[in-house]
Design a protein around this ligand. Structure first.
Ligand SMILES: N[C@@H](CCC(=O)N[C@@H](CS)C(=O)NCC(=O)O)C(=O)O
Length: 203
């Protein structure tokens, strides 16, 4: 089976997909398109947006759909249907929360950007991370979110957390020891370490 990921030369929505490939140790073509080439290929994409994953002669779009598909394909969904559903729940929730990050990060009006960032740091970040923190603390095996083994949800969420640290400040995880440890555990996963040695990511 051959895989080609089509995305811009940034982390963004593409990086969780790249990281899932890395965690599974599966080769893929990382087709990073230049901004100036995008208008030429946009209409050839199924929904005129990227990321798109080409799988042999088929295409799959939508970030979470692609990640979930790869998670199933590479056995990164835990051991039961309930584990697989938990992966979906955690990713859906984290994405809901991440909209507040995007709201401040992409805002062009300076005053509004400051207001949204303050709200993000004071309300949404603690609300979300404290819940993930206690969820991890209550687990017998505290390394990962769903079960004892790495799942695609762990990779997806840790990758987004990393983007949040790189854009908002390394310290954003500092009050949440279990979350911080979780993110480091995912990033220290041997196959992910191997990937990170050879790949650079623009925010
Ligand atoms: N819900 C889609 C959103 C995809 C999306 O917004 N892609 C952006 C890049 S992050 C894009 O293609 N922008 C260029 C455009 O819309 O012309 C997903 O998660 O994959």
């Amino acid at each position: 089976m051959s895989y080609k990921l089509i995305y811009f030369d940034i982390g963004g929505r593409g990086e969780p997909i790249r990281m899932i490939f890395a965690a599974a140790g599966v080769e893929f073509i990382d087709d990073r398109i230049k901004d100036e080439d995008w208008p030429k290929i946009k209409s050839a994409m199924p929904w005129e947006q990227i990321p798109v994953l080409e799988i042999d002669n088929d295409t799959l779009a939508q970030t979470v759909t692609i990640c979930r598909y790869l998670g199933r394909k590479f056995n990164l969904v835990g051991h039961t249907e309930f584990h697989a559903a938990k992966c979906d729940e955690y990713v859906d929730h984290f994405n809901d929360f991440f909209e507040y990050w995007a709201r401040y990060f992409y805002e062009e009006d300076e005053a509004l950007k400051v207001k949204y960032k303050e709200e993000f740091l004071a309300v949404h970040l603690p609300n979300c991370l404290s819940k993930f923190n206690s969820l991890l603390e209550k687990k017998k095996h505290k390394d990962f979110l769903v079960c004892q083994e790495l799942t695609w949800a762990d990779v997806f969420i840790a990758t987004k957390m990393d983007r949040m640290q790189k854009t908002t400040g390394q310290e954003v995880l500092d009050s949440y020891d279990a979350v911080k440890k979780f993110k480091d555990t995912v990033f220290n996963f041997p196959k992910i370490q191997e990937y990170l040695k050879h790949h650079t990511v623009n925010i």
